[in-house]
Design a protein around this ligand. Structure first.
Ligand code: FE2
Length: 248
């Protein structure tokens, strides 16, 4: 009996948390909400800088800021976001590189933003999102528009959409959408369903890139401490993390 208990203890001890596994070393974060006060992410510059310092201590050196761009946030147009970005970029921790991207909601405002000029990840990836509850009626048209311009739609957190099943994930990927995993989905931060779907998609090689989608540092830290990984899981994530280098 004692021996069995020791074995169980060993099994738990063998798993490292995401942070203990040092998976953020040289991580390029492609999905974040650090720009203060422009969306539901960080609300003051002091919190943003503190979070960037923590990220740098964990090994993150390159970050895209990707504020929400949507009909509900009409101020978030390129000139305004660039102005906010330049103001913050002067104050980021030494040794860190930052770029401005965006996370585009697939609503009717997208067409206007598209005409004004999009903010990309890499030279042609466009980070897009939808409501979690129902499919966007604009999805087909927007994916088509992007592809005829030789841009690549990158769907943020596909694991979180309640209306996407296994078949629909395959259809979307076949139509040229690339997939971005939210790290916090793996720990159950967005519920059991998103967690299960995230692990399924990860283990079936259906993710192309990975981001934190950080809105608050304490939430991210707790989530990453909770995320315990076996060695094969660590390796799987490490391989995905390295793919982000294609976007810098
Ligand atoms: Fe986001």
């Amino acid at each position: 009996m004692m021996k069995k208990k020791q074995n169980i203890f060993y099994c738990f001890a063998a798993k490292k948390s995401f942070l203990e596994a040092e998976l953020l070393l040289d991580f390029i974060d492609i999905h974040t909400h650090y720009l203060p006060g422009v969306d539901d992410g960080f609300q003051c510059q002091a919190d943003t800088i503190a979070a960037l310092e923590a990220m740098r201590a964990w090994g993150v050196k390159r970050i895209y800021f990707t504020p929400h761009v949507m009909a509900d946030l009409p101020a978030n147009r390129v000139p305004f976001l660039k102005e906010q970005f330049v103001g913050l970029a002067l104050k980021i921790p030494e040794g860190m590189e930052v770029r401005l991207g965006a996370e585009y909601m697939l609503d009717a405002s997208f067409y206007v933003r598209e005409e004004e000029g999009l903010l990309f990840l890499g030279d042609r990836y466009v980070l897009i999102e939808m409501s979690y509850l129902y499919p966007s009626p604009e999805l087909d048209q927007i994916v088509y528009n992007l592809q005829i311009r030789n841009y690549i739609p990158l769907l943020a957190h596909p694991e979180r959409y309640l209306f996407l099943n296994e078949k629909k994930h395959e259809e979307l990927r076949d139509r040229g959408c690339r997939y971005q995993l939210n790290l916090m989905s793996l720990s159950g931060q967005y519920g059991v369903r998103a967690q299960q779907v995230a692990w399924y998609l990860l283990q079936h090689g259906m993710y192309d890139f990975v981001g934190t989608d950080i809105h608050r540092l304490p939430v991210f830290r707790r989530s990453m401490e909770r995320l315990k990984l076996t060695v094969p899981e660590e390796e799987l994530l490490h391989r995905l993390i390295r793919q982000n280098e294609l976007l810098w």
